[in-house]
Design a protein around this ligand. Structure first.
Ligand code: GTP
Ligand code: MG
Length: 147
């Protein structure tokens, strides 16, 4: 089954949205296989957002993502990468549809509550930045056949 890396950013943690967001992915039918509250080091932030290096918003992005605790997660499920991006809503908050996480909770594009991997390659890459292999739990839920 597919896996993705999701991270509630410092603004989402400060605003008390961990439970709300985790609940959405649980109710959708995905399985949480790893999570931790952590502060992102400069090294991890640079590795994670390497493709944005040199962009005008890069420095702000680095200071924002390292500014306070984040809630890092690995979720598992069929099509979890594409479906979780859909549940998050568009990057630009003006385009984030009502009902999506960003559509419901984000006002500014540079404080947009949640990160989600955008491809299978990036999911593997990002999971490896934030988690050790032994932190990922392998278990099944009996309800899975109904999802
Ligand atoms: P992430 O899940 O955080 O990776 O967001 P994303 O995949 O929806 O967007 P993308 O990877 O393109 O950009 C990473 C982050 O950089 C976004 O979440 C924004 O916070 C920020 N960002 C991207 N594009 C812009 C922009 O044009 N202006 C500003 N201010 N921030 C941007
Ligand atoms: Mg991205």
């Amino acid at each position: 089954m597919e896996r993705t890396f999701l991270m509630i950013k410092p603004d989402g943690v400060q605003r008390g949205l961990i439970g709300e967001i985790v609940g959405r992915f649980e109710r959708k039918g995905f399985t949480l296989i790893a999570s931790k509250l952590m502060t992102v080091s400069k090294e991890k932030a640079e590795a994670h957002y390497a493709e944005h290096h040199g962009r005008p918003y890069y420095d702000d992005l680095m200071s924002f993502i390292t500014s306070g605790p984040v809630f890092a997660m690995v979720w598992q499920g069929d099509q979890v990468i594409a479906l979780s991006r859909q549940m998050m809503g568009k990057t630009n908050t003006l385009e984030a549809a009502p009902g999506t996480i960003r559509g419901e909770f984000a006002v500014h594009t540079n404080r947009n509550i949640i990160h989600g991997s955008d491809s299978p390659e990036n999911a593997v890459r990002e999971i490896n930045i934030f988690f050790e292999p032994e932190e990922l739990l392998d278990y099944s839920k009996t309800i899975q056949k109904w999802i």
